[in-house]
Structure formats: C-alpha cells, structure tokens
Write a protein that binds this ligand. Structure first.
Ligand SMILES: NC(=O)c1ccc[n+]([C@@H]2O[C@H](COP(=O)([O-])OP(=O)(O)OC[C@H]3O[C@@H](n4cnc5c(N)ncnc54)[C@H](O)[C@@H]3O)[C@@H](O)[C@H]2O)c1
Length: 268
C-alpha cells in the first residue's frame, strides 16, 4: 500500500545483501512510497550478485563502496547526487560485521585486530559517512539518517561479543553527530534498535535460533519482522518525524521493557 510518503525524496540505502536483509525490505518499501534510491554495498558483496535483482526491481543504480574507505564514500555521495539529480533526503546505514563472532571467539579472548575491524565496519563507518556527507553538503535540510542497532548496546548478551561495543559506539556517534548535523543543516540522525531478525548477519550468531524464540516469547507483540522495521524506517525518512533526532528507538515488540512473560514463567 502506498501513501507516497517519500514522493520526490532521494536516498542512499546500504547493506542489501539478499532478500532477507533488512535493507532489502527498506529499499522495496521506500521505492513503494515514491523514493528514488541508490543502492550501495561493499564491493565483495556485489559478487554474490543478488543486489542486481533488487536494483532492477526498484529501478535503482548500484554504487559499490566499502563503508570503511573514505575515498569510496566520497565517490558514493558525489555520484549518488549526480544519479538522483540533487541532494539526498535520507540515508540508511545497515552495516555490521564481526570476525570474532564469525569465528566463534568468546568475549574474554577477543582477537583485537578483528575487534578493531568490527568497530570500523559496524560503527566508525557511520561517522565516516556523515563526515563525507557534511563536507559535500550532500543532505538536504530536514534530511534523515537512520542506522540499525541492537539492545546489546545497553544490556549484556554473551553471544554478541564485540558487536555490543560496536553498537554502543554507533549509538553514541548518532547522538554526537546528531547534535552537529542538526545545528548545521537540521539533519536528523537516529538508530533503530531492532528485534533479532533472520538474516545473514543475524543467523551468523551462535545460538541465534534459540535466542530468536526466547525474544519472541518475552515480547508482548512478538519479534518485530524485517518488513515492519522497513515501515519504521520509512516513517523516519518521512516528513512526519521531523523533530525526532539523536534517539535510539526500540523496535522490538516491547522486549526492551518487559521483565518476564507468562510463557517464560510457565517454562521455568
Ligand atoms: N539481524 C538481526 O538480528 C539484527 C538485529 C538488530 C540489528 N541488526 C543490524 O541490522 C543491520 C543490517 O543487518 P542484517 O541483519 O540485515 O544482515 P545482512 O547480513 O543482510 O546485512 C549486513 C550488511 O553489511 C554489509 N557490509 C559488511 N561489511 C561492509 C563494509 N565494509 N562496507 C559496506 N557494507 C558492508 C554486508 O555486505 C551486508 O549487506 C546491521 O547493522 C545489523 O547489526 C540486525
């Protein structure tokens, strides 16, 4: 259903790897709501090829960029404005990666080279994107930037290891840059803290399936799907949320504020 909430708006969407990716659903929904979009992902992700199917479906160009590389980000923001025909109205940061998680390294034994890479890819990349965008004055007044995060930034989830630190940093960059970009160009920056979601990044976490079910039974509304997360992103890109900035917004069916549920009590 389209209400043309994003009619005439231009945006960059990062992180669409395959049809399960949260960013994939955001791209589909933003297009449905009238937006023109540039898709981006790390050059290595292009080789999988699936992003091309999405690009065709939503009439988008793909501009590869490693989100840790400032030159590639500069190219991404310059070319996106050329392709879309003007300044951007929204940007989605949907990027995360931890080699410590991939290799099942427990938290007390983290590999520090991997740790630094997790921080660079999953958190500093947001700073780099925003810094490039600000220098190019690439985002219109009242533009909206959304990054995806997880509640392990506030509470301990042992399997999330160094990504917990990365998400804490991501949320902090959101607040700090939200101040500076808000003052300078009235650009708003928020994070959405999403329920566990069955994607490549999500399913790479040890014990994800049982944790997914646990979260579903704790949350009064159940886990939030990738589709509903995409709807929330669209609302944050739209003009209906102009005064929301520097926030971490829980999109988790009530998980974050529930102590225990009847379903879990019955199982104890
Ligand atoms: N899946 C979950 O349970 C869940 C929950 C809360 C938050 N999130 C967050 O949502 C975001 C999207 O993840 P997803 O679950 O859709 O998984 P996904 O695996 O589909 O997306 C992760 C994306 O990051 C991209 N990426 C990795 N390194 C990159 C780099 N150097 N430069 C550019 N792109 C790079 C990957 O190519 C991929 O497209 C991530 O920030 C993730 O932490 C996911």
């Amino acid at each position: 259903m389209s209400n043309n909430l994003l009619k005439g708006k231009r945006g960059i969407i990062s992180g669409a790897l395959d049809p399960n990716s949260i960013a994939w659903k955001v791209a589909e929904k933003a297009y449905e709501q009238g937006a023109s979009i540039v898709l981006t992902n790390a050059p290595i992700a292009m080789r999988m090829g699936e992003i091309k199917n999405l690009a065709e479906k939503i009439n988008a160009q793909i501009i590869p960029a490693d989100a840790t590389n400032v030159d590639e980000l500069n190219n991404l923001f310059t070319k996106s404005q050329e392709v879309l025909g003007g300044k951007l109205d929204f940007v989605l940061h949907s990027i995360g990666m931890s080699a410590n998680i991939r290799k099942n390294i427990p938290y007390p034994e983290l590999n520090y080279d991997f740790f630094m890479k997790s921080l660079d890819v999953s958190a500093l990349s947001l700073h780099k994107m925003l810094s490039v965008a600000m220098k190019q004055d690439a985002i219109s007044e009242w533009g909206s930037v959304v990054a995806l995060t997880y509640i392990a930034a506030q509470r301990t989830f042992p399997f999330y290891t160094d990504m917990a630190e990365a998400k804490s940093m991501l949320e902090s960059i959101t607040r700090s840059f939200g101040y500076h970009y808000g003052k300078k160009r009235k650009v708003r920056i928020n994070t959405i803290s999403q329920s566990p979601t069955k994607t490549t990044a999500g399913s790479g976490i040890k014990g994800f399936e049982s944790f997914f079910d646990f979260a579903d039974q704790i949350s009064p509304l159940g886990n939030a799907s990738a589709e509903s997360c995409a709807d929330y992103c669209v609302s944050l890109f739209s003009d209906y949320t102009r005064m929301v900035t520097m926030q971490n917004l829980f999109h988790d069916g009530g998980y974050s504020f529930t102590g225990i549920s009847d379903e879990i009590m019955d199982k104890m």
